[in-house]
Write a protein that binds this ligand. Structure first.
Ligand code: ADP
Length: 502
């Protein structure tokens, strides 16, 4: 589609970093075999600044033909290239260098992330980008610690295991933490010696493309990381279906996760899926409410609620419900939403017009279902995809707003009777990514942690995420665990070697 030339100054209002602005003005192409090239179709698409709805840049629209070429490059780099055969010390050094390069470019990357995604600069600069560097650094440390085992075989044999890379990995990522999700995928894959085809989300391709440039500058061999921008049904499905991709890792909606799982059956790819959530965050009356109230509400509003592990179902014990919900609502009313470049704003816009309409739809559904907007309840007037931080009260767990993932700054306060009731209600969901518990009673906290069906349980905290700890879902929140040593399992396969000794 022919598109107007982006007006960078206008679209990138608020950005100050000269390198970020220079990057915006340069062409955005696909990274294949260490070279930047346009999509074979010549097509491009627009990436929009959700804070002002202006076009930031035109992006190459890769599709099957481009994915095919990227897979050839990744296959060659895997079978014949230096990367999988490189000494672990050398590979680790290169990954440490990548982490340092990200730190050196943190201001620029943070501004690009804020422009493309809409998240406040405070968060992109102090959370996302440092976490990206830390993820590469953490997995750089793993490169020299990926061990096989010797096994207690019959003495006339020797049996040992080798942990080998899986091969060519397709990695399809979402738009909520664009560069961090790239790091969660690339960090462990590269540490284990795999080669990759990364597909950023069409809404937020900028930082992945800049990362591609930085990877090349850091000296990553050609073909080890290929970056194909484009849409889900084009580039994404070509990756999921490709007969020469060995593994696909996906983060995104449960709906698309199911499509990817089906598509991967053709050549039985190894699959890991990190999908949606509708986490219970349970506030017992004995909790430290001064901590529980702001942390629980920011567990809904952080990143404008576009977080798969967001604690969107806040459970409050019935006999203190009104009092605690009032505190939650008062906190919500004081959360500032607005220009993501302005200090003090905790919420920016949601990522796109589509997401804005979707969240607005849920605001209407909540009202129709009889829930009461104790805070917010409407979009913010004017340009940009801003939505008021919203807390619905008088919600019951069967309402749509309590069952479906909204992916916006919308929480639901639900009453519970006692421990048994809240375990039942908390687990009464198709999802199981995370859960939160607020109590001073240590025994109760641990009992609840066992009873809740979720891949992560936070006690007296929320959204604590670090590459040291595994992250992933129970039930329809997916399978496989990213981060920690568990991601090494995702990106290696085990070979058992037998030798006869006599
Ligand atoms: P959301 O619905 O929150 O936008 P998606 O799950 O649709 O999230 O998107 C996450 C990622 O999956 C994006 O990179 C998107 O392009 C990709 N994607 C969407 N549809 C498909 C598909 N049919 N096959 C492969 N990838 C897809």
């Amino acid at each position: 589609m022919a598109a107007a030339t982006p007006q960078v100054e206008r679209a990138a209002k608020g950005a100050k970093n000269s390198a970020a602005l220079a990057f915006l003005r340069a062409p955005k192409q696909l990274l294949i075999n260490g070279k930047w090239q346009p999509a074979k179709s010549g097509k491009t698409f627009e990436t929009i600044n959700p804070a002002n709805e202006e076009v930031l840049a035109l992006i190459a629209e890769g599709d099957k033909a481009d994915v095919d070429e990227a897979v050839k490059a990744a296959r060659k780099a895997f079978e014949e290239g230096a990367w999988p055969k490189m000494s672990p010390h050398q590979r680790a050094r290169l990954m440490f260098k990548i982490a340092d390069t990200i730190d050196q470019h943190a201001d620029e990357l943070a501004e690009l992330e804020t422009l493309d995604n809409g998240k406040p600069l405070t968060f992109s600069r102090n959370f996302d980008i440092p976490a990206v560097a830390e993820t590469f650094r953490y997995y750089a440390g793993w490169v020299t610690k990926i061990y096989g085992e010797t096994n207690p075989s019959d003495p006339s044999f020797f049996n040992y295991t080798l942990r080998e890379p899986v091969g060519v990995c397709g990695q399809i990522i979402p738009w909520n933490f664009p560069l961090l999700m790239a790091a969660w995928k690339l960090g462990p894959a590269l540490a284990c010696g795999n080669t990759c085809i990364l597909k950023p989300a069409e809404q937020t391709p900028l930082t992945a493309l800049r990362l591609g440039e930085l990877l090349m500058e850091a000296g990553l061999p050609p073909g080890v990381v290929n970056i194909i921008t484009g849409f889900g049904p084009g580039a994404g499905s070509a990756i999921a279906e490709h007969p020469d991709i060995d593994k696909v890792a996906f983060t995104g909606s449960t709906e698309v996760g199911k499509i990817i799982l089906k598509a991967s059956a053709g050549n039985l790819k190894k699959v890991s899926l990190e999908l949606g959530g509708k986490a219970p965050n349970i506030i017992f009356p004995d909790a430290d409410l001064d901590q529980a109230v702001p942390t629980a509400m920011m567990g809904v509003y952080f990143n404008s609620g576009q977080v798969c592990c967001a604690g969107t179902r806040i459970f409050v014990q019935r006999d203190r419900y009104d009092e605690i919900v009032e505190k939650l609502a008062n906190f919500s009313k004081n959360v500032k939403v607005g220009d993501p470049f302005e200090q003090g704003n905790l919420l920016g816009p949601v990522v796109s017009r589509e997401q804005f309409d979707r969240v607005k739809g849920y605001l209407s559904i909540g009202a129709e279902e009889g829930a009461k907007a104790a805070a917010g309840g409407a979009p913010v007037e004017g340009k940009g995809y801003f939505i008021q931080p919203t807390l619905f009260a008088d919600v019951n767990n069967n309402m749509k707003i309590a069952r479906e993932e909204i992916f916006g700054p919308v929480g639901a306060a639900i009453a519970f009777k006692d421990e048994n009731d809240v375990v039942f209600q908390g687990n009464d969901t198709t999802y199981g990514l995370s859960a939160g518990i607020w109590t001073k009673d240590v025994g109760r906290a641990h009992k609840m942690a066992r009873a809740l069906k979720a891949g992560t349980v936070w006690i007296n905290c929320f959204n604590q995420i670090d590459p040291i700890a595994p992250f992933g879902g129970y039930k329809q929140s997916g399978f496989g665990r990213e981060l920690g040593k568990y991601a090494i399992d995702l990106y290696t396969q085990v070979k058992s070697v037998w030798m006869k000794l006599s």
